[in-house]
Design a protein around this ligand. Structure first.
Ligand code: XIL
Length: 347
């Protein structure tokens, strides 16, 4: 490990280079911890800063894990990306129910008050310590427009059009305003998946962000999760999707990059051959060529991979049970893969 170059020194000149981790990577003796501090200068919690982890019961905040993360980041001079303040998934049901009768839904006023308390309690505690917040995650529906009950989110349906101007994105606007009030210097991000193919989803995001910016909503960047595959989308489409967002005058970030070895959900498990890993290395290289170019232009300020090594990828078992994937820069034994070498030593 000693004689291999640092990822962050090689690629992270114009943007923060981050990884998603679980708590075990914060133990200094853990090998994942060594990978993390050697190669990255930004950290995202994979699960332990989500709504259900931070406030499992109303008014009962859990600080221990994030406090540990903050200490670790300070000791190692790293940034934190806070993920995430508002999401339809991994959110406790109490948010959406009547405080006196759990069989009834919460009112708009109740949910708004809870949203404000959740966001401001957390952002205030970590003011100046969490560099960037994914304020809202996955608010665009795959079928068009904002995610709603039919696409598993209660936020939009319960809060809806607060100011009566015929627009249903008020909860998103308010989430950003609450976050900005609590920490005027944090970078505030709207994060989503499936936009890099330059289809309807990025167009919906662009429309939404344009509208929110026109109302003065404090959005600094759009986060592209980028759970992509070796086979697509084409880098030309990815560039076009980024450019649409950049044209709005906000930055782009890559927040959850991984490069699956599968092209579809129906594929059965494949052996991880040298040839496959080499092909993956080319794919990583073409993606980072684009990130580097945007970094130099000052419009991409953060790139995060969703996991340190293949042994901890969320794509094992997802979406196909029992199927193992190999989407990251280090293998299951934490050894640098061809994809890593393609980034630090492209020759
Ligand atoms: C994933 C985690 O990696 C898993 O451990 C968990 O079981 C589900 O969530 N989009 C996101 C991330 O914004 O929070 C998700 O993380 C992956 C998809």
């Amino acid at each position: 490990e000693k004689d291999i170059p640092n990822l962050v020194d090689m690629v992270g000149q114009n943007y923060a280079m981050g990884a998603a981790i679980n708590q075990s990577a914060l133990d200094a003796e853990n090998q994942h911890s060594q990978l993390l501090t050697k190669h990255f200068n930004s950290i995202t919690a994979d699960n332990f800063m989500k709504m259900d982890a931070m406030q499992p019961k109303e008014g009962e905040f859990v600080w221990s894990e994030t406090d540990r993360l903050v200490k670790f980041a300070e000791a190692n001079d790293m940034e934190i990306r806070g993920h995430t303040l508002l999401w339809h998934s991994q959110v406790p049901n109490w948010f959406f129910t009547d405080p006196n009768d759990a069989s009834k839904p919460a009112t708009r006023e109740q949910l708004l008050a809870r949203m404000k308390t959740h966001i401001q309690t957390i952002v205030t505690r970590y003011k100046g310590k969490v560099h960037t917040w994914d304020v809202v995650n996955e608010v665009i529906s795959d079928g068009g427009g904002l995610r709603n009950e039919a696409s598993n989110s209660k936020w939009r349906d319960i809060i809806g059009d607060v100011d009566g101007d015929g627009d249903d994105s008020d909860y998103i606007e308010l989430a950003f305003r609450y976050a900005r009030e609590a920490d005027p210097d944090a970078v505030l991000v709207i994060n989503d998946y499936g936009m890099e193919g330059n289809g309807n989803k990025v167009n919906d995001m662009v429309k939404l962000v344009e509208k929110l910016l026109a109302k003065g909503t404090p959005i600094d960047a759009v986060g592209f999760q980028m759970h992509v595959s070796m086979y697509g989308p084409d880098v030309k489409l990815i560039r076009e999707a980024f450019e649409k967002v950049i044209a709005l005058g906000v930055n782009v970030q890559v927040t959850e990059l991984d490069v699956s070895i599968y092209s579809s959900n129906s594929e059965l498990e494949m052996p991880v051959t040298d040839e496959l890993m080499l092909q993956q290395a080319y794919r990583y290289r073409e993606l980072f060529d684009l990130f580097d170019e945007l970094g130099k232009r000052g419009v991409m300020d953060s790139v995060t991979v969703w996991g340190l090594a293949d042994d901890g990828t969320w794509l094992d078992n997802h979406p196909v049970k029992g199927r193992k994937d190999a989407p990251l820069l280090f293998d299951r034994k934490l050894k640098a893969k061809p994809a890593f070498w393609a980034l630090v030593d492209p020759t």
